[in-house]
Ligand binder design. Structure first.
Ligand SMILES: Cc1ncc(COP(=O)(O)O)c(C=O)c1O
Length: 376
């Protein structure tokens, strides 16, 4: 039998209603008046930035954040008008793109504030490096000077003061508290002096971990997509995975003992079985590290991926699924019947994090949007 008309070689189905609900669920963690900024960088963690942004706004987010100027410009070009922060470092050219997109930008040096002013002005969030060791200044006095420069420039607005936690997802780790103290000690006096300055520090893990980290706004990425910030089961935290990744059974073949599947013969059958070939591979973002190291759902059964993940195909030992047929849907991330494969499971097998699993889905995989099964 060949595949039916609805079979898709590789498909990422994204439930926008789940994103909305995840945002609303995270919003319930927040005291009144604390804003929720939805982080939609990296194409919405692989879910599609524009659709994710709209769903997040519908769910109660009032801010959006991206990493790169071009990401901000793309959201504006799509007609998204919400307050928008570009969190990443910006070259002079990128600063122009960000400011032209009416995005707020992040500063930690005074000459950057000068550049914003020279461009005609804009809104600036000053970043203290309280311990992440990436962007921002470690020097609280310098951060204050940058903030005063922004507050003092005629066409620049001091809109925010921020930091980012290194260990929020490592519960019990004391460094989180140290960062929190360092940030509060710097930022709260600054806000007393400049009350319009919004303080923000918390990512998803910090938001769930400690209300003291919420300040005036939280910046939520992973959780709004229904991914667990601690790498555990998202459902246990009432987060609903928004993305499912599927393919279909394109070929079924009987395999005798000693016969193999895939490059390098990394799977050699020890008994009679049959394999199902799914036309999806690392060219779609199904990583080669999943070779002999993943399960796939077919007909509601959890079956082992066997053999090498190649660019365009993977093989599954379908011996335990005698009813499997060509054209059957195969789920690599998502649910079928009572079985579920989470991005967290895939991440564990790859010794990485769920973020990388969804961000790693490549452009070749079409994203199809729905709201609880209804086309959206
Ligand atoms: C500066 C900053 N804030 C917030 C976030 C959102 O973090 P999370 O996805 O863990 O909620 C990120 C993402 O990496 C980030 O880089």
């Amino acid at each position: 039998m060949t595949a039916g008309p609805t079979a898709m070689r590789a498909l990422a189905r994204v439930n926008l209603a789940a994103i909305e609900r995840n945002v609303a669920r995270m919003g319930r963690e927040l005291a009144g008046g604390v804003a929720l900024c939805a982080v939609v960088k990296a194409d919405g963690y692989g879910h599609g930035a524009q659709r994710a942004a709209r769903a997040a706004l519908a769910g109660g987010a009032t801010w959006l954040a991206v990493a790169a100027a071009d990401e901000a410009a793309a959201l504006r070009a799509a007609g998204i008008d919400a307050p928008l922060l570009v969190m990443g470092a910006l070259t002079p050219g990128e600063l122009t793109v960000a400011l032209d997109a009416r995005a707020d930008v992040v500063a930690w040096e005074e000459d950057f504030v000068d550049a914003v002013a020279a461009h005609g002005g804009g809104s600036v969030h000053v970043k203290l490096d309280s311990g992440m060791g990436r962007l921002g200044t470690r020097d609280a006095d310098q951060a204050t000077r940058v903030a005063e420069a922004a507050a003092g420039a005629a066409n620049v607005r001091l809109a925010g003061a921020m930091t980012h936690f290194a260990t929020a997802d490592e519960r019990g780790d004391a460094f989180f508290g140290e960062q929190l103290e360092r940030f509060a000690a710097w930022a709260e006096p600054l806000r007393n002096k400049h009350p319009q300055t919004a303080l923000h520090a918390a990512n998803s893990a910090a938001t769930l971990r400690d209300g003291a980290a919420h300040f005036d706004m939280v910046r939520l990425g992973v959780s709004i997509y229904g991914l667990d910030p601690f790498g555990e089961d998202p459902l246990a935290r009432e987060l609903q995975p928004a993305l499912e990744l599927s393919s279909y059974v394109a070929a079924l073949k009987a395999v005798a003992p000693g016969e193999s599947a895939g490059y390098g013969r990394r799977f050699v059958a020890e008994r009679e079985t049959h394999t199902a070939t799914l036309p999806i591979g690392y060219g779609d973002g199904v990583r080669r590290g999943l070779t002999n190291n993943a399960d796939v759902l077919i007909g509601g059964l959890r079956l082992p991926l066997v053999g090498t993940v190649s660019m365009d195909n993977v093989t599954v030992d379908a011996g335990a699924a005698p009813a499997a047929a060509c054209g059957d849907e195969a789920v690599l991330i998502g649910a079928q019947g009572d079985e579920r494969i989470t991005a967290e499971e895939v991440a564990r097998r790859l010794e990485t994090i769920n973020y990388e699993v969804t961000c790693g889905l490549l452009a070749r995989v079409p994203r199809v949007y729905h709201r609880d099964g209804e086309p959206a």
